[in-house]
Design a binder for this molecule. Structure first.
Ligand SMILES: *Cc1c(COP(=O)(O)O)cnc(C)c1O
Length: 459
């Protein structure tokens, strides 16, 4: 599918920004030229996916499209029981609502926002265990998304092993700059979960991108060996010659259950699923799915959408696709790094993360430097990015990040060159901007960045 886009005039962009209350979630997509708000559900489907949609079976129970999806999930992950959901958070509700009760503790390399919310919704506590340096754009290393076993043992010492009922690894680690998790770390995390008698869950929205990083880490190590250089980075021994699909599947070897938003590496615009190894757990998840999502062979999805996701999951691990995908993100990251802008490197699989706090140094965190950066980037170039800093996570003490997330199979290099020019132009005038303050916000503070309105105030 091809969709025309257009760049409104600078005056129109400024007017749109005012109407939106300096919050790009309030912009109409018609007013956006290159939309990097999110990679979730915003990609382009293939001819094979569209063809599969025409053959979607809309039966209420036991549809052919469900069986196609179940087979695809088993081929890709090795897990035999699939329960569809309308999107990732629906799958989270079905799984975590089944597994967790009041007072439980969940450990995760980093909880994605909706995961944290579902854990909290069960009266359980979400504790992050990222590795040292995960929040620092100066950090180097190939697997900064890893789960810290050391931190996890500290938490167990503090709260007691009995309370920690679920251990999660999020691949890639979306909230920590989309950084990958190594196979070795997945194995160690699974072993840790077994040691404390907890269930091991993979939040595997970006399983294909993560597998690609594992594959590439070993390749760079192999070529360094060949050229006589010593490899300084953490690496994955023996993964270089393995087919990507096999590495992808190996990631799931020790998982008891998996939650996936199909809007990422499912390559669809809507959908998700839970997959389980044991039938007994699957049966419990199905009961809750029936309550909140729908009959467990469709789980809130149309048959045609199940069919498209079945094809998308297989396409996601085709090497040319994923090399191009991760390569595009790296291309944009390199353009910005070459312009001396503070971006996380190596870049993650789905987005470039810019430390706007290190660019707009005159604006203190409570005046939202990253949100200012997002607004000025839109004014400058019609590019929509998103703030992940003090505005999105009030009081969390996180760095002031701007995320540029790339939709899959959508933009070209020319678009990315345009984005990089815009980012550089905003950074060039770093001393000239005012800060922002919130004028109106919704009742739930966790949701304020989706709809709050802001106004300019002196920094
Ligand atoms: C997107 C995402 C989710 C939630 O999925 P939705 O489809 O947006 O509901 C959960 N976990 C991670 C890591 C995600 O990136």
């Amino acid at each position: 599918m091809v969709e025309p886009i257009h760049l409104p005039s600078r005056a129109d962009r400024s007017a749109a920004l005012e109407r939106a209350g300096h919050n790009v979630f309030n912009l109409d997509s018609e007013d956006v030229f290159v939309d990097l708000l999110t990679d979730s559900g915003t990609g382009t489907m293939s001819t094979a996916q569209w063809a599969a949609m025409f053959e979607g079976d809309e039966a209420y129970a036991g549809s052919r499209s469900f069986h196609d999806l179940r087979e695809a999930v088993e081929d890709v992950t090795g897990l035999p029981h699939t329960i569809p959901a309308h999107q990732g958070r629906g799958a989270e509700n079905a799984l975590y609502g089944t597994l967790l009760s009041e007072g439980d503790v969940v450990l995760n390399n980093t909880h994605f926002d909706t995961t944290r919310a579902h854990v909290a919704n069960q009266g359980a506590e979400a504790v992050d265990c990222p590795v040292e340096g995960a929040w620092d754009h100066d950090s180097e290393g190939e697997f900064l998304g890893n789960f810290s076993i050391e931190k996890a043992w500290d938490v167990v010492d503090e709260v007691g092993a009995d309370r920690v009922t679920v251990v999660v690894s999020t691949i890639t680690n979306n909230s920590a700059a989309g950084q990958p998790v190594s196979l070795e770390n997945l194995r160690e995390t699974a072993q840790f979960a077994r040691d404390i008698d907890a269930l091991f869950v993979l939040d595997a929205c970006r399983f294909a991108e993560n597998a690609y990083f594992i594959h590439e880490a070993e390749r760079s190590e192999a070529s360094e060996r060949a050229s006589g250089e010593t490899a300084s980075r953490e690496r994955e021994a023996g993964q270089h010659d393995r087919p990507l699909a096999e590495i992808a599947r190996a990631q799931f070897d020790d998982a008891d259950a998996v939650v996936v938003s199909g809007k990422k590496d499912g390559l669809v615009n809507i959908g998700g699923f839970v997959a389980c190894r044991e039938e007994s757990l699957a049966d419990r998840v199905k009961a809750r799915t029936t309550l909140y999502e729908g009959f467990p062979t469709y789980g809130g999805m149309a048959g045609r959408d199940l069919a498209a996701m079945a094809v998308g999951l297989r396409e996601a691990v085709e090497p040319p696709y994923v090399a191009d995908r991760v390569g595009q993100v790296a291309y944009l990251g390199d353009l910005l790094a070459d312009a001396d802008l503070p971006v996380f490197q190596p870049t993650g699989g789905h987005a470039v993360y810019l430390d706007a706090g290190a660019v707009l140094t005159d604006i203190p965190a409570e005046r939202f430097p990253a949100q200012r950066f997002v607004c000025e980037l839109y004014r400058e170039s019609g590019v929509r990015a998103v703030e992940l800093g003090e505005f999105a996570f009030p009081g969390a003490g996180r760095p002031q990040l701007v995320r540029l997330a790339l939709p899959r199979r959508t933009y070209t290099r020319e678009h990315l060159d345009h984005v990089a020019d815009g980012v550089a132009a905003v950074a060039d005038r770093a001393g000239e901007y005012e800060g922002l303050e919130v004028v109106t916000e919704p009742p739930m503070p966790e949701l304020r960045h989706f709809s709050a309105r802001l106004r300019s105030v002196p920094a």
